[in-house]
Design a protein around this ligand. Structure first.
Ligand code: NAP
Length: 435
């Protein structure tokens, strides 16, 4: 074993960074044995230097992250600050000064992954970010390395623990969205401003990263279709239950049937209770990968939390350090396929549509005609009469489940349905996946 240590600069010492520092200290001997050289924590950059950080030598704390990455003797920079700046500039500077980088920053990688990979490549250094998608779950390395000889066609996952917690509560307790969000906030699963989670931005960043790696192409954040889950209601869950389904916020990355393009999308969807993703409870994450030779694979575990995320960061740290000792680099960006990303309108799936209609003869035939005119074939229709209070007209709710159709055809159908006199409103429209 080499006695001269590999020097690590830690940028950020919050939820994740503090756990990285702790494990580096408590498992120092094991890590040294696995790497072939000891690790030395050479500096820890933070914003608030006076904050007590248990287990971290105060002499290592600095607010000057730039000076730390410019030192020139740092072997690996671990970036766990988050956000775009200053993380992006610090990572670029780290490469310029000869360090490899491990990051947990999904927002930055989804936005600037190609440029950062190029910067790493120019210096012959590594950029690893296993923790950026699905926290502790080994997912990017299996996709990048274990499945490098296979042909991945589809990646479907629950990649945001906060939204899964909320939807799981709505499903199991009958709670509405706000009530379930309040519980998630009280328990620390949702941030004070939950927008990034509940509007699907966090999952969309992960979908962009997953699609790029799975299909060896470039998928930008803007290429990912995104719908949040704030509009999901208790009534949607009741409808889902009648179809033996539940509702999950899914990130879905698919290769087109002809192999010539890909799609990436994030939205709530009904999935059969028999599907493995339906049994993912609380704040857990799970990702289902379908590939040509391996078939169906499922990756499951904690998608967030300080220690679980630090596990993924440390796995990367060990890999990057081994590469440094071997004067090698691991796999960089693989985007040779250069597949176009198709718009959401081209996605083909099934739909559950709930309509408020007048309860009179001929309505069903009218509605069915609109579906047929748009080339959307109906699988099942369920009609329920009701007399709304204060409304003398008789109303009915009509629940239509379609066979597979393109999103464009479905959008056209719903627009046309809204113009019918007999359709009072489209109560909900949700995609049905996993069959
Ligand atoms: P956090 O608790 O907010 O910690 C951020 C750390 O960065 C803090 O130590 C903060 O310093 C420091 N910092 C902020 N701005 C800085 C600056 N300009 N210069 C130097 N230090 C700065 O965040 P986190 O939860 O650990 O998340 C870190 C990263 O991991 C993010 O990219 C996040 O997306 C990713 N991630 C987190 C989880 C999770 O469960 N938390 C899961 C997967 C991925 P102070 O301590 O002084 O405030």
């Amino acid at each position: 074993m080499r006695t001269r240590p590999l020097k690590v600069a830690l940028l950020g010492c919050g939820n994740v960074g503090s756990e990285v520092a702790r494990i580096m200290t408590t498992h120092a001997d094991d890590l040294a044995a696995r790497i072939g050289a000891p690790l030395e924590l050479a500096g820890v950059a933070v914003r608030r230097p006076s904050r007590v950080r248990e287990g971290v030598d105060p002499a290592l704390i600095t607010t000057d992250a730039t000076a730390l990455v410019k030192r020139g003797d740092i072997d690996v920079v671990v970036e766990v600050i988050g956000g775009i700046e200053p993380a992006r500039t610090l990572i670029a500077t780290a490469f310029e000064h000869g360090a490899s980088v491990v990051s947990a920053n999904k927002a930055l990688i989804a936005q600037d992954g190609p440029a950062l990979h190029a910067a790493a490549g120019r210096q012959g250094r590594d950029l690893y970010y296993e923790a950026a998608v699905a926290g502790a779950i080994p997912l990017l390395r299996p996709l990048r390395e274990s499945l490098a000889g296979d042909h991945v066609n589809r990646v479907v996952g629950i990649v945001n623990g906060t939204t899964n917690f909320i939807l799981d509560k709505m499903d199991t307790t009958g709670a509405g969205y706000q009530e379930a969000l309040d519980e998630a906030t009280a328990l620390g699963y949702a941030e004070a401003d939950p927008t990034a989670d509940v509007e699907g931005f966090d999952a969309a960043a992960k979908a962009a990263i997953l699609a790029g790696i799975a299909f060896h192409t470039r998928v930008r954040l803007d290429d990912v279709y995104r719908e949040g889950m704030t509009e999901v209601t208790a009534a949607d869950f009741a409808s889902a239950r009648e179809m033996a389904c539940t509702i999950k916020l899914l990130a879905i990355c698919e290769r087109a049937a002809d192999g010539g393009s890909v799609t990436a999308r994030v939205h709530p969807a009904m999935i059969p209770r028999s599907h493995p993703l339906a049994s993912v409870r609380e704040a857990y994450n799970a990702v289902f990968v379908e590939s040509e030779a391996a078939g169906q694979l499922m990756f499951y575990g904690p998608g967030a939390g300080g220690a679980p995320t630090a596990s993924a960061v440390l796995g990367d740290l060990v890999a990057v350090c081994r590469n440094r000792l071997g004067e090698a680099t691991g796999p960089g960006e693989s985007a040779y396929s250069m597949l176009p990303v198709s718009p959401m309108g081209d996605v083909v799936t099934r739909y559950h549509i709930s309509l408020d209609v007048a309860d009179k003869p001929g309505v069903l035939a009218q509605v069915a005609t609109v579906f047929a005119e748009h080339g959307v074939s109906i699988d099942t229709v369920r009609q329920q009469s009701r007399q709304d209070e204060g409304d003398r007209a008789c109303q009915a709710s009509l629940v239509v489940v379609t066979h597979r159709a393109s999103d464009a055809a479905l959008t056209g159908t719903v627009e046309a349905l809204r113009t019918l006199d007999t359709v009072r409103g489209v109560a909900s429209m949700m995609r049905v996946e996993g069959e």
